[in-house]
Ligand binder design. Structure first.
Ligand SMILES: Cc1ncc(C[n+]2csc(CCOP(=O)(O)OP(=O)(O)O)c2C)c(N)n1
Length: 595
């Protein structure tokens, strides 16, 4: 039976008349239909006995179910899908071990403010208190949903079938409104199979107009920016998720103010823009750090002013507030004033706030900016000069800079670069030109190793016509190689470019720097360096696997991979060279060498 035929018979098979005369249907089928109505196109997940009633409903719906081999993969894929589509990611998980496996991926989404709804099966509600199979109950009966409390915007357990429609509506509302984030809907399995009136799922999430900035506040901020001698606009991920990059650039141009950004703010302005400073912080750029540190006024938008981007808030490196004055716009009032004294905080949506500032700035004269554009150009050029020769280096194992250069040349400007943690994330944030907003996708807040190989699946699902490359370390790729099988099953022609330094290179480098050894960080077998043939692993899954043998092979291999209908793993042996660190990270002051 085809999927559409199945859908047509659904109503006949599952509708019955309850004794009261109210027409009812099994909750799972109503839920699947409701999710269709909300515009859910894809659910990522993994099966278990608690969710098969809902899986049957999904199988008979228009929603596509992407079955992964590990729940963390599903959660990261849902996260990647949300980032690349602008929609709420949805994942389905079994109880107990399924939900704990998903936790890392959901927490990663939470720390990066990504909207997600997690639907989880739970034990039958009539077994609460009896400690049934796979229940988490060591402190409280039926306690699994509490595991998600520290990182979800809201955790719901559905205790009565009639609560399910209301809770699912609330979950979608909360996930995307205000500061986005994941919401858990924990469903005892009997509730998936309970009867509900056929019109039970009526209420849909309200359209919400986010807070804007009023004209008087905008005029006050514009006046401060216009009069400042050395102002900086500092953009975070909120500018990108708020689709506010055009307003940011226009404001910068109107008042001739340079723009620095966080890791997640990368792509907020075209790489060639003369006012773009680059990324701040430990892995940032000297010109961004110096200009921010010497600024007299910073307007920060959609950022937590987080540790890595702020050089551990040490005034000697990135931000010196005070004497620098700080105005901070964020959708979440809790972010304002946490780490720096703040002259003015504004709780507002980035796009609306920047739009209001732009309207207020039109025609407003501003203080002279001297030779700042030359300084920016000079600062960027002199830092980039440090790795020009590496970008052209033929050495093998390859230099990471050459890998980045080949990748930039091969991937169209609107293609997605999805990173993980390690050289890939830090190097791209610092050195890789991004010209189309939203094409750089990276795990920032939780910085989860394992994000990139999985998230790229969701990115490709969201934007099937655009290229999607996961630029990842061998540590990250080998933490869950099942992504290749999932890409095969889902028909996703993604590319994993594995920077292979036979170890957890970034941490090995850190340990080496402080302790002169990389104990516990390198891959070894019998005391010898150990490398895995990841390309062969890909081929074993039916995908393409390419082992790069010289620097010149990489460009053509990338182009072929991007043209292929099959997923491809490209394994590139790479020197374990550290990413330059123009900023500061306080951990380096903590390590002490003993005997
Ligand atoms: C799940 C998880 N475990 C551990 C870490 C700590 N960590 C940060 S970078 C890193 C090394 C990553 O190795 P690899 O993916 O090979 O990239 P490389 O550093 O070699 O570029 C580790 C283990 C982490 N961020 N996430």
């Amino acid at each position: 039976m085809t999927k559409s035929n199945q859908a047509a018979t659904t109503v006949l098979e599952y509708t019955k008349n309850a004794p009261s005369g109210v027409e009812t249907r099994i909750a799972s089928y109503l839920l699947a239909e409701y999710l269709e109505r909300l515009g859910v196109e894809i659910i990522f997940g993994l099966c278990g006995h608690t969710v098969i009633a809902f899986l049957d409903a999904l199988g008979k719906s228009r929603i596509r179910f992407i079955s992964s081999r590990h729940e963390q993969v599903a959660a990261h894929a849902a996260d990647g899908y949300a980032r690349a589509s602008g929609k709420t990611g949805v994942m389905l998980s079994h109880l107990g071990p399924g939900l704990t496996n998903s936790a890392t991926g959901v927490a990663n989404a939470a720390l990066d403010s990504i909207p997600m709804v997690v639907i989880a099966g739970d034990i039958p509600s009539h077994y609460f208190g009896r400690h049934p199979h796979q229940e988490v109950n060591l402190h409280k009966d039926a306690d699994q949903f509490e595991i998600y409390r520290p990182f979800c915007k809201r955790i719901y357990r559905v205790d009565r079938p009639e609560d399910l429609p209301r809770i699912v509506e609330r979950a979608f509302h909360l996930a995307h409104s205000g500061r986005p984030g994941p919401v858990l809907v924990d469903v005892p399995m009997d509730i998936f199979s309970a009867d509900l009136p056929i019109d039970a799922f009526q209420k849909e999430p309200a359209q919400v107009e986010p807070p804007t900035m009023d004209a008087a506040v905008a005029a006050r901020i514009v006046e401060a920016l216009a009069n400042a001698k050395r102002p900086v606009l500092y953009a975070g991920g909120g500018v990108l998720s708020g689709r506010a990059t055009a307003e940011l650039a226009a404001l910068a141009e109107a008042l001739d103010i340079p723009v620095a950004h966080t890791l997640m703010g990368k792509g907020c302005m075209h790489e060639e823009h003369p006012l773009l400073l680059g990324m701040t912080g430990f892995w940032g750029t000297p010109i961004a750090n110096d200009t921010c540190r010497e600024a007299d006024l910073i307007l920060a938008i959609g950022t937590r002013l987080a540790e890595a981007n702020s050089s551990s808030w040490d005034p000697r490196f990135t931000f010196s507030i005070p004497p620098t004055r700080l105005i901070h716009i964020d959708i979440d009032s809790a972010e304002i004033g946490r780490n720096f004294p703040t002259e003015l905080g504004v709780v507002a949506d980035a796009k609306l706030a920047l739009g209001a500032l732009l309207a207020a700035a039109r025609g407003v004269p501003h203080a002279g900016r001297g030779d700042q554009r030359q300084k920016i150009a000079g600062g960027r050029k002199s830092f980039a000069a440090n790795w020009v020769h590496q970008r052209n280096s033929d050495q093998f194992p390859m230099r990471p800079e050459r890998i980045l250069a080949e990748l930039r040349q091969a991937v169209p400007e609107d293609g997605f670069i999805v990173t993980d943690v390690g050289w890939n994330k830090n190097g791209v944030g610092q050195q890789f030109p991004i010209t189309v907003p939203g094409t750089f996708i990276t795990p920032s807040g939780l910085a989860t190793m394992g994000f990139g190989p999985s998230a790229v699946l969701g990115v490709k699902m969201a934007q099937p016509k655009r290229a999607a490359v996961a630029l990842i370390g061998d540590g990250a790729f080998s933490s869950n190689m099942s992504v290749v099988a999932t890409a095969m099953e889902a028909g996703l022609s993604v590319v994993w470019l594995v920077m292979d330094n036979s170890g957890f290179g970034t941490i090995a480098g850190l340990e080496n720097m402080h302790y002169g050894s990389s104990f516990g960080c390198m891959f070894e077998c019998g005391g010898q360096p150990y490398s895995v043939d990841y390309a062969a692993v890909a081929r074993a899954c039916g995908a393409r696997g390419i082992a790069i043998r010289s620097a010149e092979e990489l460009g053509p291999a990338l182009r072929e991979a991007l043209a292929s209908d099959l997923p491809t793993v490209i394994q590139v042996p790479m020197e374990n060279a550290p990413t330059p660190t123009p900023g500061h990270w306080n951990i380096n002051d903590i390590y002490r060498l003993g005997s």
